[in-house]
Design a binder for this molecule. Structure first.
Ligand code: PGA
Ligand code: ZN
Length: 458
């Protein structure tokens, strides 16, 4: 089945207005090496035993509690990590442990914090901080459940990431890459928010711009930022400018979802860029959020999976869309396969809720030709090692890989280094606004001083 998918991708071509051919895209999926201007600080792992591990509650970008973990080696604080949190959470994700009850509206993390300060600390103290696999295996075995429900994926991931940071001597991206290739990722920048991330009437969760037609990351980022500001003036002129959504994108009410595409296209042009050649559009439909027993509720209609796929095909005919994430519900495998077989040649189809960064679900998707790409979120699976294995598995299958933030974030910028260090090719981290989102873009700007190869995926 996979062979079919790769063939479909390699054969298809986009119209000139829509940019490069998908044959070119397929070529770029082949692992590529980065040209390193300089390796920066030495990246040999810092060995030494974990001497202490401790957690505390801090607040995320939505004002909800989350967990921060510190890892000490030789009595010194060497690594700190904060765990993000989703709003459109898939059923198949590892479990985020919350206290329930009335305090913090049920979202307290005292239980997860005490698991880190107790059992997890006891298990990890004395282990070699550089042996990430052994640390993550110990965490998985200590928890003992299939979805990390006993200790909580938030407690486990916080510990796993804090150890990774503690082990990195110098650049984290270089520590992750080891001797493997690295490159600057193409960002999917969410400039118009809907769905579960806004209080508007828009069903599609994310309208993103993808600045792929540039020589380097800083130029690409600048074009995305200019488009974000251009969208603000477009919406202002239409009388549609209100607040922003959870990921920093504008959150207008629209008469129909397609209007979001039109305004984003207007903004790309107004910013002075060529749609399809320099900047294209990506969507995260997050269709599970409007998938009910009788079908998909969109624009006041109830659509079958096939009808919804037909609507996407019309959008693909009319707009420079290069990527669609979660076009169908998380268990509607049939609709995914039908759509990917038909449209996988001209658009990247990304599984987020569908896969939940879970290797078993990814294998099923590869087998069924359900998508040609995967969204990767550390807290969907719960350890660094499992996350990196899923990325490798997807790449081996020829899939695109998009490293992603969550809608609830903090200033932790680990996904920037993860995207570069795994040579993932793409990153999704919201609008270029609000410090929880710009933290990742700013870290990428720092890394771009060391890596000048920009992966032109589209
Ligand atoms: P979430 O949204 O973090 O609320 O799940 C992000 C996404 O769906 O990609
Ligand atoms: Zn998503």
């Amino acid at each position: 089945m996979l062979g079919v998918l790769l063939q479909i991708r390699a054969r298809g071509t986009r119209s000139p207005e829509q940019g490069s051919s998908l044959a070119e895209l397929a070529e770029h999926i082949v692992p590529h090496c980065a040209t390193l201007r300089s390796l920066g600080p030495v990246a040999a792992p810092m060995s030494g035993a974990v001497s202490d591990l401790s957690a505390r509650m801090i607040l995320d970008s939505r004002g909800n509690p989350t967990i921060e973990v510190d890892c000490c080696v030789g009595g010194l604080l060497r690594g700190r990590a904060v765990v993000p949190s989703g709003a459109s959470v898939g059923t198949h994700e590892a479990l985020e442990l919350r206290d329930g009850g009335t305090v913090w509206a049920g979202k307290g993390v005292d239980g997860a914090v005490s698991h880190v300060n107790g059992e997890i600390r006891d298990a990890l103290v004395g282990m070699d901080v550089a042996d990430q696999r052994a640390i993550d295996t110990a965490l998985i075995e200590l928890d003992g459940t299939a979805n990390k429900a006993r200790l909580g994926a938030n407690a486990i991931l916080g510990a796993s990431m804090a150890c990774m940071r503690a082990a990195a001597e110098g650049s984290l991206w270089h520590h992750i890459a080891g001797s493997g290739p690295s490159s600057m990722p193409v960002p999917q920048m969410n400039i118009l928010n809907g769905g579960a991330h806004a209080t508007s009437n828009v069903d599609v969760q994310e309208f993103m711009v993808v600045p792929h037609g540039f020589d380097n990351f800083p130029e690409a980022l600048r074009s995305g930022v200019e488009t974000y500001h251009a969208l603000k003036s477009v919406l202002k002129e239409e009388g549609l400018l209100g607040g922003v959504g959870d990921e920093g994108g504008f959150a207008p009410n629209l008469s129909r979802n397609e209007d979001g595409l039109r305004y984003v296209l207007d903004a790309i042009e107004r910013a002075g860029y060529a749609p399809g050649n320099q900047i294209s559009i990506a969507l995260d439909v997050a269709a599970q959020e409007f998938c009910q027993g009788d079908g998909y509720h969109m624009d006041g209609q109830v659509l079958s999976g096939t009808e919804l796929g037909d609507l996407y095909s019309e959008w693909l005919d009319s707009y420079p869309i290069v990527s669609i994430e979660d076009p169908f519900g998380e268990d509607d495998w049939e609709s995914w396969t039908e759509f990917t077989v038909r449209e996988g040649r001209r658009v990247q189809i990304v599984g987020d809720d569908l896969y939940a960064t879970n290797p078993g679900r990814l294998l099923r998707g590869i087998d069924l030709c359900a998508t040609n790409a995967i969204l990767v979120k550390l807290n969907q699976i719960g350890t660094v090692t499992e996350t990196i294995e899923v990325i490798r598995m997807a790449r081996d299958a020829g899939f695109g890989t998009v490293i992603s933030h969550r809608s609830g974030e903090t200033s932790d910028d680990v996904i920037a280094d993860l995207a570069v260090g795994t040579d993932a090719g793409q990153i999704k981290t919201g609008a270029p606004a609000r410090s929880d989102r710009t933290a990742k873009y700013n870290q990428l700007l720092r890394i771009a001083e060391q890596i000048d190869v920009y992966t032109d995926l589209f």
